[in-house]
Design a protein around this ligand. Structure first.
Ligand SMILES: [Zn+2]
Length: 93
């Protein structure tokens, strides 16, 4: 593999570029983290898509009660986590 910054060929398992000192693990760390972040992102989006309508319908149907309010809070929390992850994965690109 080659240094992403200067193009010097790197030895297998090298942590730093011998030429410019760019840490080689920056790329591999992103590559490892990205799929995990995306799975959490999708799970949060799905949770938000399920719990927000569920809570909203419950509140509209039966008025504000504990379970519906909890569903709505969980949904909004998941939506904000998904929003954060979405921004972070976009910044990393
Ligand atoms: Zn380099």
């Amino acid at each position: 593999m080659f240094c992403p910054k200067c193009g010097t060929e790197l030895a297998d398992g090298a942590n730093f570029c011998p030429d410019c000192g760019t840490p080689d693990n920056a790329n591999t760390t992103v590559a490892v983290n990205k799929p995990v972040n995306k799975i959490i992102l999708y799970v949060c989006v799905i949770f938000a898509a399920i719990f927000i309508p569920l809570g909203a319908v419950g509140i509209l149907d039966r008025g504000i009660n504990g379970v519906s309010f909890l569903f709505l809070i969980i949904g909004i929390a998941c939506a904000s986590i998904a929003d954060n992850l979405w921004k972070r994965t976009n910044v990393k690109k």
